[in-house]
Design a binder for this molecule. Structure first.
Ligand SMILES: Cc1ncc(COP(=O)(O)O)c(C=O)c1O
Length: 355
């Protein structure tokens, strides 16, 4: 006898993380911070009472975040990474027979999380400039739509949604539909026209904004993210959560990161400047890439993607290869830039030669 599994789960391919790199290569495949944790973070973690369960409500951390953002503590919810929050919020609002709308290509966890919830994915192609096509996403709304995920900057294309695009979109979304604004890379955004979700929360009661400590704060390994939104929506998410999943070391690390925010945001500034340098060099090589606003750039290599990935790898760059669309390359160590640009110079020639 064979155990009967849910067929849609059995058919799923589990989330695949960015490939590790050999010792002499740079791992630019997971949009991680290239900077090691601050000593203050390491020290904070070492004080953890590992024989005890953590504070399941992450009270101190939520209090600090509420203060930082200017909301009530119950309007903040923490999770073991923003991916956990995405799952909880989808589970809270959508189930079998319901639809979840999001852009594609976007963050690879979205289709998996929707399938797990039992709901149906409605994938709306991204625009030619790499951004979420909010006009088309609004048109995709039906009476079965329960959740819409907007990703800005979009992973993997790094393109933003503007404030005006977002407010025009929200005007078309029924208030009964939950809108998740995934701002995992918010701290890297410099475009003055970009949307920022938190100031818009009072205007849109169906909006929840997602942030993370994984990227700008360099704590991907600790797994802490936070959602800001209406209490009753976050309470529903809390009900779907696995208790105690934000551990005490994770809570302590996040608090230490907040204590040392200026230093961490200084690192973000360094990465922004590095990103701008890479983007300018790529343009000079003849690349036409979406305006990069995350800690990563998108190389639209199309049918040449698999081969281009090998060229990058031969130059010591392990990136995220999405054949036949393109390659996402994280902005990493300073020494990685020269190797990356040597590889892209080769790839752009191949692209020129292929009809
Ligand atoms: C758009 C987007 N959202 C959410 C996440 C999840 O991040 P975490 O669970 O580490 O907070 C990622 C990670 O790559 C991402 O790219």
């Amino acid at each position: 006898m064979v155990v009967k599994l849910r067929p849609e789960i059995a058919a799923m391919q589990a989330y695949r993380q960015g490939r590790p790199a050999a010792a002499d290569a740079f791992k630019l495949s997971s949009n991680e911070s290239p900077f090691p944790p601050l000593p203050a973070v390491m020290e904070a973690i070492s004080g953890s009472s590992l024989h005890r369960y953590p504070d399941a409500a992450a009270t101190v951390l939520r209090g600090r975040l509420a203060e930082k953002v200017g909301v009530d503590v119950d309007e903040v919810h923490t999770g073991s990474g923003s991916v956990a929050l995405l799952q909880q919020l989808i589970l809270a609002a959508a189930g079998p027979g319901d639809e979840v709308v999001y852009a594609w290509r976007s963050f690879e966890a979205y289709p998996l999380l929707v399938t797990v919830s039992g709901a149906t994915s409605i994938q709306v192609p991204i625009r030619a400039d790499g951004a979420n096509d909010l006009e088309a996403m609004a048109e995709a709304i039906t009476d079965r739509t329960r959740v819409i995920i907007v990703c800005t900057p979009n992973n993997p294309t790094s393109a933003i949604v503007t404030h005006d695009e977002f407010t025009a979109f929200m005007a078309k979304v029924p208030e009964t539909v939950l809108v998740l604004l995934d701002e995992a890379y918010a701290e890297f955004v410099t475009d003055p026209d970009a949307v920022h979700g938190i100031p818009l929360l009072p205007r849109y009661p169906n909006l929840v904004v997602l942030h993370t400590f994984s990227k700008a704060y360099g704590l991907a390994g600790m797994r802490v993210g936070y959602a800001i939104g209406q209490k009753y929506i976050l309470d529903a998410a809390r009900s779907t959560a696995i208790p105690f999943s934000v551990t005490e070391p994770a809570q302590r690390a996040a608090l230490a990161a907040l204590d040392n925010e200026p230093e961490l945001l200084g690192r973000v500034q360094t990465l922004i400047e590095r990103r701008e340098g890479i983007a300018a060099a790529l343009a000079a090589q003849g690349w036409n890439i979406p305006a990069a606003q995350g800690n990563f750039v998108w190389l639209p290599t199309g049918e040449q993607t698999a081969d281009a990935g090998e060229v990058l790898e031969a130059h010591g760059i392990v990136a995220r290869v999405f054949h036949p669309d393109g390659i996402r390359v994280s902005v990493g160590e300073e020494e990685s830039v020269e190797k990356l640009l040597a590889a892209t110079a080769v790839v752009v020639e191949t692209l020129r030669e292929t009809p």
